[in-house]
Design a protein around this ligand. Structure first.
Ligand code: IMP
Length: 446
């Protein structure tokens, strides 16, 4: 089983770090394939808590090679700070590799991200202000700086000399902000390059070499399907492709080299930033779930918006990612609720819809159609098998599985690696993973 993709099925923050943690023993390489330091995960290792934004969490395991793939946008200052933090805490960092082709987030990208958001005012995306969108935009515009450029200061000066006047003009004239000085920028970027040189590599060659050796590789998505630039609720999305296909373009593998896709979802929904969220809870119940579930962003500290589980985007996410198995996280957070509504369809403009509408305007008019499931009172942190769960909790998992139409193989009942129930074997490619949900008749945005 050489290549597993881990993908978020909701709006990010599904607990993909825990999935990596659970699978870590079996894998030789963990590859990040998109996003940048807008992501964030907290890993608990014994008594120690690590907060990582860029370096894959595999770095915490001595047998894993952590790789930042070509599809990631890298803020070198963040990467250097994370590497220094890890080294200081005794984690060997020599194995960390970052793609030569990964694009660099420059200071002007960060300034432009904030300036654009301020300009959009009421229509702002609610970005993390990390410069993600502007860096990906420059990649598409073919004026981006790549990690390999940091290794050649004179070529870097020439490139920046062409790009910077344009960036400074926009910052100064459109947004009334200060621009950057070319020489200062070249000195800073060359210093990044000097310090990161031992880590910069052709990561596609590393990935392909590992696959030839028969190593098990994990491709770790950041954010989630509903924040995908193409498949999410545009424009309230991030600027990359968190979907499983992103592992191919951003990680250096072909589609037929992927053996399984593990979709990760929480037992309820959360979302950070703006955009429609049909099952959002704006009452005390949402507040209580947010508190119990520690739903605060690792990157920005923002309180995440909370809502009931929504099976409409789930069907869609299972399909567009070709999910073969699901890990369900944070089931324990729902303990103590008398009744748990699960959204099974939307009503939009008087029509029932059970397929995710691509138009954010249509989605914003969606009224959730709920099926009400019985809750359970007792804490479930100590459950280690399905039989240890209260019957209502088992029914909740069974219902979500029926809605997803693929097996929920892993169920998490707490943050520790041991607080995981292995519910069923994970189907492999060529096995039973063929069952794919289809858009319901009458599907498609109204
Ligand atoms: P950006 O990725 O900073 O451009 O932000 C675009 C949207 O994605 C905003 O709604 C962010 O809140 C959201 N976002 C970005 N990264 C994450 C994440 O790691 N978890 C959840 N939401 C995220």
């Amino acid at each position: 089983m050489p290549a597993t993709v881990i993908v978020g099925l909701q709006w990010g923050d599904e607990g993909k770090g825990k999935t990596t943690d659970v699978l870590a023993e079996q894998v030789a390489m963990v590859v990040r394939y998109q996003g940048g330091d807008n992501a964030g995960h907290t890993v608990v290792l014994g008594d120690e808590v690590f907060k990582l934004h860029l370096v894959p969490s595999g770095v915490l395991y001595p047998h894993i090679s952590p790789v930042i793939g070509n599809g990631v946008v890298v803020n070198p200052a963040t990467l250097l700070a994370e590497l220094a933090m890890l080294a200081e805490r005794g984690i060997p960092i020599e194995r960390v590799r970052v793609s030569r082709s990964a694009h660099v987030i420059m200071p002007y990208h960060i300034a432009l991200d904030g300036a654009m958001e301020a300009r959009l005012a009421g229509y702002a995306v609610g970005t993390t202000h990390r410069g993600i969108g502007p860096a990906y935009a420059d990649r598409a515009w073919r004026i981006g700086i790549r990690m390999e450029d940091l290794l050649d200061p004179s070529a870097l000066r020439t490139k920046l000399g062409r790009i910077l006047p344009e960036k400074n003009a926009v910052l100064q004239r459109t947004h009334g902000l200060e621009g950057s000085d070319l020489e200062e920028l070249v000195v800073m970027a060359a210093d990044w390059g000097r310090r990161l040189a031992p880590h910069i590599a052709d990561t596609t060659a590393l990935v392909q070499g590992a696959l030839v050796r028969g190593d098990h590789l994990l491709f770790e998505g950041a954010q989630g399907t509903l924040l995908d630039l193409d498949h999410g609720s545009y424009p309230y999305v991030t600027s990359s492709n968190p979907v499983a296909g992103g592992a191919c373009t951003g990680g250096g593998i072909g589609p037929l080299q992927v053996d399984e896709v593990i979709g990760v979802m929480k037992a309820y929904s959360t979302r950070v930033g703006s955009g429609p969220f049909p099952t959002e809870l704006t009452d005390g119940v949402g507040e209580a779930i947010a508190t119990r579930g520690h739903e605060y962003g690792v990157t920005t500290g923002r309180r995440r918006r909370v809502g009931w589980f929504d099976a409409v985007p789930l069907r869609y996410a299972v399909a567009v990612n070709s999910v073969s198995a699901i890990m369900l996280n944070k089931l324990d957070i729902l303990s103590g609720l008398e009744e748990i509504p699960v959204c099974v369809a939307y009503e939009i403009d008087g029509q029932r819809l059970d397929w995710w509408p691509s138009d954010a305007g249509v989605l914003s008019r969606a009224e959730p159609v709920y099926e009400r499931l019985t809750g359970w009172a007792e804490p479930i942190h100590d459950a280690r098998s399905m039989a240890d769960l209260p019957p209502a909790a088992r029914r909740y998992v069974d219902s979500l599985e029926a809605l997803a139409a693929v097996p929920i193989s892993l169920v998490s009942v707490g943050p520790e690696r041991t607080q995981t129930i292995e519910r069923s074997a994970r189907p492999q490619r060529g096995g039973q993973a063929g069952a794919r949900p289809r858009p319901a008749a009458g599907g498609g945005a109204a």
